[in-house]
Ligand binder design. Structure first.
Ligand code: FES
Length: 192
């Protein structure tokens, strides 16, 4: 099937008429117009390049030192991995679960687990904690080493989380969530 548009000959010869030229030009400009309108809609369906660069499910914690925290994007959300100091761990262990506003550990792998420091720490590497960096109130990103309990503080409406990421004061109803993870080498964690 041909897609060419025929140009009728001039009655006096073989040259296209002025009317034919205007007709073709109108079709061509219409095509460009539709294309330029459609492009932004098509382009916005592509993944954002910066989001792709930050998205990862595997994190090497081998070079981290006590007090370090890394944040990675996973499924569109920040995930915090913190190598806690001895003081931070001691503070988290000293808290009775019965004192906590939310006594559920918020583990994806074990929805019934209680919110002890041990349950919320990394298995085999309890000096680390890994959790979603999304405030359980309205979804802001909490600041680390801040707030009244030395863990994380959400500046949006004043939620204070302790060094095990448990809500201690403020409007947030739940502890920071802990996604599924596993060690795939001595120092590499795969999230999800
Ligand atoms: S979103 Fe964090 S306190 Fe409201």
């Amino acid at each position: 099937m041909s897609t060419q548009t025929d140009i009728s000959p001039d009655p006096d010869g073989d040259e296209p008429t002025r009317r034919d030229f205007l007709y073709i030009a109108t079709i061509a400009m219409g095509g460009i117009g539709v294309g330029s309108l459609a492009w932004p809609f098509i382009a916005q369906m592509n993944p954002d390049a910066s989001a792709l660069a930050l998205s990862t499910s595997e994190v090497d914690i081998g070079s981290m030192q006590p007090g370090d925290q890394v944040s990675v994007m996973w499924r569109g959300k920040p995930v915090f991995i913190r190598y806690r100091t001895e003081e931070e761990i001691a503070e988290a262990e000293a808290v009775e679960v019965s004192e906590l506003p939310d006594q559920n550990a918020r583990l994806e792998v074990d929805p019934a687990a209680t919110a002890t420091n041990e349950n919320r720490s990394l298995a085999d590497r309890p000096e680390f904690i890994l959790m979603t960096g999304v405030c359980t109130h309205l979804g802001c990103i909490p600041l680390s080493e801040a707030g009244d309990f030395g863990g994380w503080f959400c500046p949006c409406h004043g939620s204070h989380y302790d060094t095990a990421g448990r809500i201690r004061r403020g409007p947030a109803p739940e502890n920071l969530a802990i996604p599924t993870y596993e060690f795939i080498s001595d120092t590499t964690i795969r999230i999800g």
